[in-house]
Design a protein around this ligand. Sequence first.
Ligand code: TRP
Length: 459
Amino acid sequence: MLPVSKSQSLGPSRAKWSNPWAFILATTGSAVGLGNIWKFPYIAGEHGGGAFILVYLICILLLGLPVMLAEMLIGRRGKSSPVGSLSVVAREAGSSPLWKGVGVLAVTTGFLILTFYIVVSGWAFSYITIAASGTFTGATAQQIDDLYQVLLSDPIRLASWSAVVIFLTMFIVNRGIEKGIEKASYILMPGLFVILLILVCYAMTTGHFGEGLRFMFYPDFQKLSVDSVLMALGQAFFSLSLGSAATMVYGSYMPQHLSIGKTALWVAGMDTLVALLAGLAIFPLVMAYGLHADSGPGLIFVTLPLAFGQMPFGTFIGTLFFIMLTFATLTSTIALLEPSISWLTERLRISRFQACAVAGLVVWVLSLGTVFSFNIWADKTVFGKTFFELLDYITSAWMLPLGSLLVALFCGWVMARAVSASELNLSQRAYVLWRASIRYVAPVAILMIFLNAIGLNPF
Ligand code: TRP
């Protein structure tokens, strides 16, 4: 094993974030997205609210946060693409270069997520035009629902909007770290926060805020199945963008003096805050308009528009909201594409431009599978799931936890203690907690969930 000093830096020198906030905002931008504003409220709604949210918060704290530290740690230590970083760090630990397979898995997961992410992000784009045209004003629940169904049933419209999303993503990623990703995050993230706060304030005026609060925070454990726990874990990893190489690749652009612990706390904190705020903005409206919180994926595209149609300045606020939702998804699609780009440029020695062009095109073609799941392939199911549902399930319930499990094992058992301690630079107590989680708690918890998923109930 190599001797380790604090200033030692392995791998080639590479682009860097220009300041700590750039990294925090970009990583928060990766974390905050459809997972928080679209998925979290509807999954929580389907799984009974409070009890699910409690399990979710525990998953974030006990499993998500430590794994996030681990990903940043690998990235900053390796200073390469996720695949390169794992192989650099494994070599440093005197271990097998096969560990880079974890990087391949993570990059692939992010890539697959991107193929369905751009489709749903495309819905948000399309809703900007629908909202801006004043269509929501005074519309009935039925009319609003029809808008959504008509959009989903039209493959050409869906594929065109996904093309817009992937094109914008390629454009920004192609401009590089400082000029592209950083700049985009500076504009998009603060905007999202402001709009969400406005919506929460609006939700407070509906007279159903208490009901929404109760739904979110009253833990009814009878509604909590083992399946819900699996969902909560998958959602925690999905929401923090773990197991999909984004945090690793962003960490590789992190300057040495930045504290990994503090940054990760900021990111996890803001991500969770946005998910909870989104719930607080949405559930009271759901209740005020007599809709059901367990209406599934349509929650945000049906319920919110209905509210916008009733509220003063609804057209303006609604348009703004969907603009901001697209901003939130864009910072995520950027982070989903970047790991593949960094790997392609490193591996094939092609330019960023070439890598963006090729990867973007492949993502768009694969996204057609998701597009068709909502119309011409809607009745083609495997295990009762459409192509989109299957892709979402395989990535969130299996690949993300598996990637995170391997990252945890790698940092906990393969990497030398001296390396992780010097790189993380935490207080003694925090380091001991982190190490306990990464060596024992996280792997055991993820394994139990896996056993359950393949039908061997560990409980
Ligand atoms: N965290 C994102 C969200 O909540 C989704 C996501 C998962 C992601 N893995 C990612 C985003 C990797 C960017 C990069 O919507």
